[in-house]
Design a protein around this ligand. Sequence first.
Ligand code: NAD
Length: 413
Amino acid sequence: MARRIGVGLVGYSFMGRAHSAAWRNVVAAFDPAVVPELTVVCGRDPAGVAAAASRLGWSESTTDWRRVVERDDVGIVDVCTPGAAHAEIAIAALRAGKHVLCEKPLARSLAEAEEMAGEAARAHDRFGTHAMVGFNYRRIPAVELARRLVASGHIGELRHVRACYLQDWLVDPDAPLSWRLVRSEAGSGALGDIASHAIDLLQHLSGSVVTAVSALTTTFVSTRPVSSGVAGLASRPSRELGASRGPVSVDDAALCLVRLGGAAVGTVEASRFATGHKNALRVELNGSRASIAFDLERLNELEVYEVGTDPTAGWRRILVTEPEHPYLAGWWPPGHVLGWEHSFTHEVADLLAAIGATGSAEAHAVHPDFADGLAVQRVLDAIERSALSQSWVETGLGGAGAHLGTSTDNEEP
Ligand SMILES: NC(=O)c1ccc[n+]([C@@H]2O[C@H](COP(=O)([O-])OP(=O)(O)OC[C@H]3O[C@@H](n4cnc5c(N)ncnc54)[C@H](O)[C@@H]3O)[C@@H](O)[C@H]2O)c1
């Protein structure tokens, strides 16, 4: 009989709902060796969290995350709160010997991320626990196929990487002041919220790290209507809230030139003011033999261009839905496309696989771990320092030829 492990989820709103679906669906899709039980969900409002427990499939609810962390029947703590609570909850869970899945960006600051990564390393040595960061876009099948193609040398020597993440939910100057616009809650704005995804993908797909950056950040709307209880991207303009406005203390957009290990160079752009773009993440890599491009709005596809003399050569569109493509064996017949939410199911499937293999000959790390989250945070920190000093800033990562580890480095495309 499969081993069972209790999950405690903290935060039941946007990400809490997405993660709940993943924990519910992972068994049917991937038949993991360790089966998750939706033991307890935590939120701040007693009635709200009780209703969420019943709707999202959790056995119990609580309003104190400490009760989640200290329970013997909870083996995984899943942190889906705003950034301000990530470090305290994740560190307490790691000290209690729990596996942790923490949403991105790992922390509000470099110092906080260093503390979390240090704690994760100590917990791994002491308890053998895994600490994963929720950069879920790594686990879209087309993205993983792209990574394998790059790792196998398919695109040749990497020259350019460009990563762009655009949203427009803040275009209205009267959209309310949600936690994502407050530095003490979020750490930074478009930078930590969405450039973090772009930077993680850029490093993950290239197999390299950002060594230096030259950046600018800007804030277009400096005050917004104060409101309570609004949740992030669900925010709507709220003129009925009255005249009281509070300061926006984070960036609205960030643009950046980057140098990677080796000779490659790239760009990162993130904005929540890109009118017309709802959740547009695009990453492109240009190599000496081929180029690869991924677009979240067409997430079942990968675009590939191979250098050649054939007069019919051109960009090809690969529909990444074959059973031999990454993660597809768990799903539907070819062409029966997947969605955004499947990336979270893949995320928890990989975490459960790593937990199941602990102590066996197949024991392996699961990425992105807190060290990978820290690597992204070093780039975010360097971008803020570069924007402030208006100069190139070193990230402190790697050096020429520096590479990040992945748990699937040797897999063939
Ligand atoms: N991976 C992704 O694509 C993605 C997308 C959106 C958000 N995120 C990240 O997920 C996290 C949550 O974002 P969201 O959009 O779900 O936020 P949200 O505002 O929709 O939900 C936050 C939840 O956390 C709860 N919460 C806050 N403080 C708490 C505390 N001290 N104890 C218990 N519960 C607490 C709130 O009650 C709420 O349920 C953030 O770190 C964000 O950056 C990731």
